[in-house]
Design a protein. Structure first.
Length: 239
């Protein structure tokens, strides 16, 4: 069973290693996993990942790989060599690409969990209609989630708005990492499908990703601890 502190992932959506280190230090030991996404990785490169891992933190590398299978396999292998704990690939790349990523990390002793990104939480029904997806947003998420699991991924990335139906349809033997989580009363930013931490856990999320409500707080440690308490208040907190 996951400890609550392992289920909260703090997004380091900043542009410098100095900013990232300051956030990590200000949060302290209440959170073990930090997300490094495109903004920070593009600015600072692999070194920020190595530094976080060397400090005893876990890294969720959120670069959303989406390319031909061979290229994604190489990228996944490189991420595994950085000793990240989780990494993301776009499920819309298809089963060959997903299986290539899974196979690429299979020989590592501490292999990272491959997470298939379903539909971005910034997207609405109108957005998926615009790009030519047939059917509802929820049916698309379920289709891609099933594809990811059938292809060997250890989990998926999806909004908590779809997490409950994913659990009902596909079971519990995989992770659901949920972005677009905001404490009650905070700004939604550019997210279209937003829930609170307790709602996300109650819906079946195994992990939640929170950025600005923690990193932009006057006291990031207190903000993180408040979210951890809110997660623990969910009836599903013992998932």
């Amino acid at each position: 069973m996951l400890h609550t502190s392992d289920r909260l992932i703090v997004a380091l959506d900043v542009s410098t290693a100095a900013e990232a280190r300051q956030i990590v230090q200000s949060i302290g030991t209440s959170v073990s996993t930090f997300k490094v996404g495109k903004q920070l990785f593009t600015a600072e490169g692999p070194r920020i990942v190595r530094d976080l891992v060397a400090s005893g933190r876990k890294v969720f590398l959120d670069l959303k790989f989406h390319d031909i299978p061979n290229t994604v396999a190489g990228a996944a292998r490189s991420a595994a060599e950085l000793k990240v704990s989780m990494l993301t690939v776009h499920t819309s790349g298809g089963s060959k690409m997903l299986r290539a990523a899974v196979e690429a990390v299979s020989s590592f002793d501490a292999r990272p969990m491959i997470l298939g990104v379903t539909v971005l939480t910034s997207m609405s029904q109108a957005d998926i209609d615009e790009v030519g997806v047939c059917g509802t947003l929820q049916s698309q998420v379920l289709r891609l989630a099933d594809l990811a699991i059938q292809s060997g991924c250890g989990g998926i990335v999806a909004s908590a708005h779809e997490a409950r139906e994913i659990r009902r349809a596909l079971g519990t033997g995989f992770a659901i990492v949920t972005p677009g989580v905001r404490p009650a009363g905070s700004s939604h930013g550019d997210q279209a499908r937003v829930v609170t931490p307790a709602e996300a856990i109650d819906a079946g999320a195994s992990h939640i990703v929170v950025g600005r409500p923690i990193t932009g707080a006057a006291n990031p440690a207190e903000a993180a601890e408040a979210i951890l308490r809110e997660m623990q208040s969910s009836p599903a907190a013992s998932f």
